[in-house]
Design a protein around this ligand. Structure first.
Ligand SMILES: Cc1cc2nc3c(=O)[nH]c(=O)nc-3n(C[C@H](O)[C@H](O)[C@H](O)COP(=O)(O)OP(=O)(O)OC[C@H]3O[C@@H](n4cnc5c(N)ncnc54)[C@H](O)[C@@H]3O)c2cc1C
Length: 383
């Protein structure tokens, strides 16, 4: 039963990637506030994920905890294989636990932030205030930033996939990895009529995170990832002797359906709940940072916050790409091979970060099979 009420300027519901990114940016901003509550059911004390993204900035978010930065990566398929220099981009990797520790330590040192571990039962808007309920407490604030509850508005006609994966951090006795060059995508594996690939993030010459991943309507059974990873490590990478240090697994929504906000105008969804996962790639971290920066900018200017809406041009491109993959008109390995073989890497990465102009977009589209894309575009424009 709820028996206490506490009031805050802002509440951050969920302290994962989005919640902590927002707290850090708020702390460093000129936004005026006296008290902020951060609440999560989890202690965030496990290394449960590894984030990668690409950026042009020399000094980017969370510079202090970047674990690895690469200026090239390798793309591999059965017909095309290349180590690609990424200039002006770098491919950046942050370990989940480093991120949680770094953010929580900095926030704990600021008396304006209260951090509590509890399960959120309900959030919403009442009498022009956001409210959040736990078993024993009611909290109120001007805005609640929610990444804890996700509400996709799914419809039967939508193509909704997940990116699903399992990764093994392994250590070898011999120095077998090229630590200067991660493998971004390795499609040299059975596609099973959807989209499957491996990627390798080398931590050092004898330590690497090797992931098996796919884009499809549902995830696989645990044994399927283990079997594929074993085959890949033994047969493709020719590694016999290794020890397993850590594993990570999960799913990321790749959805045509949009995430909705049924909680009223004092709740602002962020992170995956706020639609930050790019439906055609699953990349999310970069989009979280962009969304959070936008929120801070609006707060600094005393503007009313409203729900985030993605750029409609890129929304359409993602829906078309999902449709092409769903209809399997072009096998995914061929599609990605065309994109990486025929485009300048700078243009492709800028496109995937949703920062290209229409002229640049047309260049990317020109690199893939027109007929499948035209049918899917018509399909999506009329639906
Ligand atoms: C293993 C893995 C690897 C990934 N790698 C990448 C990558 O390389 N690049 C990339 O761009 N994206 C990646 N992603 C996708 C995305 O960046 C992450 O999922 C990211 O953590 C999403 O941030 P979020 O804040 O929306 O959700 P989360 O980080 O999951 O945070 C949500 C928080 O809400 C809390 N919560 C939920 N329900 C309640 C409740 N009822 N009460 C209290 N608290 C609650 C959870 O405990 C959690 O801490 C990866 C995802 C996974 C799972």
């Amino acid at each position: 039963m709820t028996n206490k009420t506490k009031t805050y300027d802002f509440i951050i519901a969920g302290t994962g990637a989005a919640g902590l990114s927002l707290a850090m940016q708020l702390k460093r901003s000129s936004v005026k506030f006296e008290k902020i509550l951060l609440i999560d059911k989890d202690l965030k004390n496990k290394n449960d994920r590894t984030w990668c993204f690409w950026t042009k900035e020399n000094h980017t978010w969370f510079e202090e905890i970047i674990f690895k930065k690469w200026n090239q990566f390798e793309f591999k398929s059965t017909t095309f294989q290349k180590k690609i220099l990424l200039k002006p981009y770098t491919y950046v990797m942050i370990r989940g636990l480093d991120f949680y520790n770094y953010c929580l330590n900095e926030i704990k040192n600021d008396s304006r932030f209260d951090i509590i571990t509890d399960t959120i039962k309900e959030i919403g808007t009442e009498q022009s205030k956001g409210f959040l309920k736990t078993e024993n407490c009611l909290y109120q604030s001007n805005y609640i930033f929610n990444s804890a509850f996700r509400n996709p508005n799914t419809k039967a006609k939508h193509v909704n996939f997940v990116q699903h994966f399992k990764g093994l951090l392994i250590e070898t006795k011999e120095e077998l990895f090229d630590e200067r060059c991660p493998v971004f995508m390795d499609f040299r594996t059975e596609q099973h009529n959807d989209c499957r690939f491996f990627y390798i993030l080398p931590f050092s010459k004898n330590k690497a995170l090797i992931e098996y991943t796919g884009f499809s309507p549902t995830a696989l059974k645990e044994e399927a990832y283990d079997q594929k990873l074993k085959e890949y490590i033994t047969n493709k990478l020719k590694i016999q002797d290794y020890s397993l240090l850590e594993t990570e697994s999960g799913t990321i929504p790749m959805m045509e359906s949009e995430f909705t906000n049924p909680y009223g105008d004092k709740v602002i969804n962020i992170g995956i709940a706020g639609g930050s996962s790019k439906p055609s790639t699953g990349y999310t971290f970069y989009f979280i940072q962009k969304h959070v920066s936008k929120i801070i900018h609006q707060l600094e200017q005393n503007k009313k916050l409203n729900s985030y809406s993605r750029n409609s041009k890129f929304k359409l491109f993602d829906r078309v790409l999902l449709d092409v993959m769903n209809r399997n008109k072009i096998p995914a390995d061929e599609l990605f091979t065309s994109l990486f073989e025929k485009n300048k890497i700078e243009n492709l990465l800028t496109f995937l970060n949703e920062e290209t102009t229409l002229v640049e977009d047309l260049g990317i589209m020109n690199s893939v099979s027109k007929s499948a894309f035209i049918t899917s575009t018509i399909n999506k424009l009329i639906k």
